[in-house]
Design a protein around this ligand. Structure first.
Ligand code: UDP
Ligand code: MG
Length: 309
């Protein structure tokens, strides 16, 4: 069984050497074949030259350098694509995650899980980070029905199939557990040691609360209606259309049977508006179905646990 450690790094020159030393210590103890893949996400400090140095001294170190900063999700994706191990461990480059925990992740995977995610406990970050994070985690936990306390922990271990099947873009790296759960992978959580950031600055601030909310809407929507968008848009479309139709039918009755003029009635506007909105929702839904059909011809819509042949 071989391991790939994937580490996104954006302006982390200070910690890389120490991180590498700690990793090698822990990985040597585990005694399995391994590779360490650093992804330099367009750093503007000495991150790349530090990685170059590690690469020349350690043949197990691979480095991917982005042309510019593309974000953590992109960095992880590039690392996943390059990884050759059967098990993939992701961790942050800032020494907040401790390599000594890796064996515990592997033990947990061995119990039959596909993804083991870390729970930074106790978390050593400023309150301005921990508070919004708790809020976000609570919301996601409730809405996605996932019993995980720390969605966005960068420290995770997963089987190769997980990285092959989930698609990350934008900032969806925060929702790896939600995406994996949606595909039926078995998830576990372990508490991990967390250290305060010794070098450099955090790349994320309060603004991630709002952005996280939008991303969560994306993930939530995708996990429910990704393959049947018309069910979502069509429902609103149908309700709006029927309400509008009823209103206008009522007005038509008044005008045609009772002979009363209706041109001045606000209800007329409402009815017409509802019909228009209803038709639009339908069109959205149908358009989305067209995209889905196109995408599905290339993608797999299911996830196979095993086959007996
Ligand atoms: N990171 C990255 N690209 C980015 C932002 C962050 O590769 O655009 C990396 C960063 O170098 C670190 C990890 O993602 O290894 C987590 O970032 P950070 O420690 O700033 O997040 P926090 O721990 O404060 O939530
Ligand atoms: Mg950090």
């Amino acid at each position: 069984m071989s391991l790939s450690i994937v580490i996104p790094a954006y302006n982390e020159e200070g910690s890389l050497q120490e991180l590498h030393a700690k990793l090698v210590e822990s990985l040597t103890e585990i005694g399995q074949e391994y590779e360490i893949i650093f992804v330099d996400d367009g750093s503007s400090d000495g991150t790349f030259s530090a990685l170059e140095k590690l690469h020349t001294t350690d043949p197990n170190v691979k480095v991917i350098r982005f042309r510019r900063n593309f974000g953590k999700a992109a960095a992880l994706t590039a690392g996943f694509r390059a990884a050759q191990g059967e098990i993939i461990v992701t961790m942050d480059a800032d020494l907040q995650d401790d390599p000594v925990e890796i064996p515990r992740f592997l033990e947990k995977l061995d119990e039959g899980y596909d993804l083991v995610t870390g729970w930074k406990y106790p978390r050593l970050d400023p309150l301005s980070k921990t508070l919004p994070s708790r809020l976000a985690n609570g919301t996601v936990r409730m809405a996605a029905g996932l019993d995980i306390h720390d969605m966005n922990c960068g420290f995770k271990a997963m089987r190769r199939t997980v990285t092959e099947e989930i698609t990350l873009y934008g900032e969806l790296h925060r929702y790896i557990p939600v995406l994996a759960n949606w595909r039926g992978f078995r998830l576990a959580e372990i508490k991990v040691k967390h250290h305060p950031r010794p070098y450099g600055k955090s790349k994320y601030g309060l603004e991630r609360l709002a952005r996280g909310l939008f991303d969560f809407m994306t993930v939530f929507f995708l996990s429910r209606f990704n393959r049947r968008p018309l069910h979502f848009f069509g429902m609103f479309g149908l309700l709006a259309f029927l309400a509008g139709f009823a209103i206008d039918a009522y007005l038509a009755y008044i005008r045609l049977v009772l002979g009363i003029f209706i041109g001045h009635r606000p209800l007329l506007t409402l009815g017409t508006l509802l019909i228009t909105i209803g038709v639009q929702f339908f069109s959205f839904g149908l358009l989305a179905e067209m995209f889905t059909y196109g995408a599905m011809s290339k993608e797999r819509d299911y996830s196979i646990r095993e086959t007996l042949e």
